[in-house]
Every structure is written in structure tokens, then in C-alpha cells.
Ligand binder design. Structure first.
Ligand SMILES: C[S@@+](CC[C@H](N)C(=O)[O-])C[C@H]1O[C@@H](n2cnc3c(N)ncnc32)[C@H](O)[C@@H]1O
Length: 309
């Protein structure tokens, strides 16, 4: 295959990508920051609830590299010629300031195998592992969650997810299982499934993202875990002995009264997605309802928990 690489200003990224995919038969288009790994690198995604940067609202980085994949050199050359010849509204070229960087051969690879090789079994405790379907469970793993990477967040490789799962493994009591659990911001459903594998019953898993809801359903079924309710956040109802929420600081602050209200007397709130520097801010926000404490730390991330008296 051949990759056509173009340097493109932010306000033309969407139009160039659309033309390549929809009119010029590109097999795939990716957009990268031309200034990545330099002092000019600019993140364009803000946290949910925070303003996005200007570039995010116009489709790309100030200097974006658009890469389009074609079956062969002829197809890539034709596409490039047609793209540069497209007329704009004023009769000039539609894509001014577009610079062709080159055509590059892409070596044939086994992409499935390459992707799979990036996901190894993840240790939560010596007994509890997250294992992709193409791996055998490691020796000594007595509790195994089968989970493959998909559209929703949560494969067990991120420290925030791992800390929540460790908390579940350490606090669940099979002789006295949690009668209800709420996984708020369930993503792949990994925390809800983790709770289910540790005996929890009546587990509700909610998320604002439909892809997460679908993926939680499918992953739970693949692990033989029954979820009670799975859907949008308004499905969460009443009080739960355990409320799990791995989101991010800004939404967790906005959700403080709601999440605190879902914690049953004697129950626990378990929150992740928070950095060391955000601890005091979160503690202050939740103080009217619950006293949050640091329960775990990993790679600059913290797990905050609180028990309702
Ligand atoms: C970091 S992922 C966590 C996924 C999974 N629970 C885990 O621990 O790996 C955060 C999830 O929260 C969801 N989310 C973000 N804001 C939310 C909100 N206000 N209410 C419910 N879910 C939210 C996102 O769609 C995403 O699936």
C-alpha cells in the first residue's frame, strides 16, 4: 500500500479528509499533529466540562499532517492530483496552503496480530487477571475477566481502572456479597463485571455514551455476568452499598451531590480518574456529603474513597 502525506492547516482538515475518503477512494485517513513531540505540540481536547481549544472546534491542529492510504502508487498519485485541482468557491484551488509531503510505501503487516500483541493479560491481584480472548489465562489466575479492546474505555491497562478493580478485589467478601452495585461511567463495563466476578448482585451500569452501554452489555454476557440495568445515567436509582465512578475531575465535581446521594448508609463511594494535584479540590467539593480519602495511588493517579456513616 501507499501512503499520501499532506501538511494541512486546521481549517481545511475536515474538507481534505472528506474529499479523500468520499471522492478520491482513500482506504483510510488519519490526522496527526505536525508539531507532536516538539515544544509547539498543542493538545486540542479539553476534559469533559472544560472548554475545548479553538483547533478542536475547527477539526485539527494548527499544523496537521493528513495521511491517506491507497492500494497502489497510481491511485495515490491520481487522488493527489485531483485534490489539488479541486476548485473553491472563488475559482481558486479549494485547498490553498496544502503541501504534499510525499508518497510513502507502507509495509505489509499482520495488523490484527500487531494490535493483539499490544494487549497482554493484566494483573490486578495475583489471583485476579484481565485476559484478552487470544491469550491463555496465566497460571495462578483463579478469577479471570475475558475482555478485548473495543470502542469503549476500559481494558484494565489504565491505572485508574486497575486501582478500582484492586479495590473491588480487596473489599469484596464472597461470603457476604454486595447486594447492589452502581458502576457510573461504565465504559466497557469492566468495573461492573469485576464486581460481578466477585459475587455482587443487582449491578447497574450507566454511561452517557451509547457505545459504552452496548459494549458493557456484550462484555458482561461474554463473562457470564448478569447486569441488572444497563443504560443512560438516569437508570441509576436509589442507594447502593458500592458506587464506582472512574470518570475525570470536572464531571466528578459536577456529579458530587448525585453520586453522594446514591451511596447507602454504611456504603462506599470509590472514585478514580483523578490526579494527585486534584485531591484537595475533590475533597472540598464532596465535603458537604462525604469525607474522601486517598485509598490508592499509581503513576500520578489517585483512588479516592469515602464511607457513608
Ligand atoms: C475513564 S472511562 C472509565 C470506564 C470504566 N469504568 C473504567 O473504569 O475503565 C469514563 C467513562 O465515563 C463516561 N462518562 C463521562 N462523563 C459522564 C457522565 N457525566 N455521566 C456518566 N458517564 C460519563 C464516559 O463516556 C466513559 O465511558
Amino acid at each position: 500500500m501507499i501512503e499520501l502525506t499532506l501538511l494541512c492547516p486546521a481549517d481545511q482538515v475536515d474538507a481534505v479528509s472528506d474529499a479523500l475518503m468520499e471522492e478520491l477512494d482513500a482506504l483510510a485517513v488519519t490526522v496527526e499533529d505536525a508539531d507532536a513531540d516538539t515544544p509547539d505540540e498543542a493538545p486540542i481536547f479539553g476534559e469533559p466540562g472544560m472548554p475545548a481549544t479553538l483547533s478542536a472546534s475547527i477539526g485539527g491542529w494548527q499544523r496537521s499532517v493528513v495521511k491517506a492510504l491507497f492500494n497502489d502508487e497510481d491511485a495515490a498519485t491520481d487522488a493527489c492530483t485531483l485534490l489539488l485541482a479541486q476548485d473553491g468557491e472563488d475559482g481558486d484551488s479549494a485547498f490553498t496552503d496544502l503541501h504534499v509531503q510525499g508518497l510513502y510505501p507502507v509495509a505489509d503487516q499482520d495488523w490484527v496480530r500487531l494490535t493483539q500483541s499490544q494487549f497482554e493479560p493484566v494483573l490486578i491481584t495475583s489471583e485476579f487477571w484481565i485476559v484478552p480472548s487470544w491469550h491463555k489465562p496465566p497460571a495462578g489466575a483463579t478469577r479471570v475477566m475475558r475482555l478485548d479492546p473495543g470502542l469503549a474505555f476500559g481494558t484494565g491497562t489504565h491505572p485508574t481502572t486497575r486501582m478500582c478493580l484492586r479495590w473491588i478485589a480487596r473489599h469484596a467478601d464472597l461470603a457476604n456479597p454486595w447486594p447492589r452495585v452502581l458502576d457510573y461511567g461504565c465504559g466497557s463495563g469492566i468495573l461492573a463485571i469485576g464486581a460481578g466476578l466477585h459475587g455482587a448482585r443487582d449491578i447497574d451500569a450507566v454511561d452517557i455514551d451509547f457505545a459504552a452501554v452496548e459494549s458493557s452489555r456484550a462484555n458482561a454476557a461474554a463473562n457470564g455476568v448478569t447486569l441488572h440495568r444497563v443504560g443512560l445515567p438516569d437508570l441509576a436509582e436509589g442507594q447502593y452499598p458500592v458506587v464506582l465512578a472512574n470518570i475525570l475531575a470536572a464531571p466528578l465535581k459536577l456529579l458530587a451531590p448525585l453520586l453522594s446521594g446514591h451511596v447507602a448508609p454504611g456504603g462506599s463511594l470509590v472514585m478514580a480518574g483523578l490526579l494527585e494535584r486534584q485531591i484537595e479540590e475533590l475533597q472540598a467539593t464532596y465535603a458537604p456529603w462525604l469525607a474522601l480519602e486517598v485509598a490508592d495511588r499509581e503513576d500520578g493517579w489517585v483512588l479516592l474513597t469515602a464511607r457513608r456513616p
